[in-house]
Design a protein around this ligand. Sequence first.
Ligand code: HSE
Length: 305
Amino acid sequence: NEIKIFSPATVANVSCGFDVLGFCLDTIGDEIVVRKSKEKGFRITRIEGFELPLNPLENVAGVAALALLNDINLDFGFEMEIYKKIKPGSGIGSSSASASGSVFAINELLGRPYTRHQLTHFAMKGEALASGIEHADNIAPALFGGFTLVKSNAPIQVLELPSPKALYATLIHPEIEIKTSDSRAVLPKQIPLQLAITQWANVGSLVHALHTNDYQLLSSALQDVVIEPYRKGLIPHFDSIKKQSVLAGALGCGISGSGPSIFALSEGLATAKSVEKSMRDVYSKSGIPFNTYVSKINSKGIKIL
Ligand code: HSE
């Protein structure tokens, strides 16, 4: 009647795949406890870590849970405790960790009536509260694990992509907040055909590289000619971080989701750690507080604790 889960942070976009690609991290995530209650309906009884609303209608985990519960007829309800470890607005899928963890946990307690695709649909309702639009590029990797590609939103279709074994992510999270809605507002409504051609060649190449364990191809595909030029100005020292990461051996480096976190991918843990050091060196001089993380690609997604 009670379940505790770990709901992981995720990196959306992965440079070239704006709004479609994402991958799941291992070392950072929220913990959520859900229990059945005799009282019908849904309540959030406790949130630790960050100040967020307990009212389910104002909380991404609550909106996602209610989307699921409105779909099913039950004569009991649920209570939730959220232990937030991922800072909201950090660019590593804080809202989607809450939204996907919420519906995953309820589904487990109900005996899994819903598929992961259906859970993605419910979780997107919560995500929309945070970012203003329904998108699944953070939710899909949290629920499915590994790398994912959101083929379509309506109907929701998620493709699970393989992760090369030696691939590690390094992240730096500068302690400034960028709202997804603000970093979407700086984007152009239209893009030149030539840039679109480069971008979709890179998306296709990245998917191929994941399937064939081709680190060199992966490296050349980890580029974003469409979104990054508009967003990088919102993130202090982005160009230096990128340059130093690649010098330290990273396959590529880009904005994590809508920022301000920056991610790099590397072949092997030792390189990922050198990349972390190079990122810390850049930010240490800046006076801006920051955190860094090194993580394996989490192939399982949400875990039951
Ligand atoms: N794909 C989204 C964006 C992810 O880049 O705006 C942020 O939630």
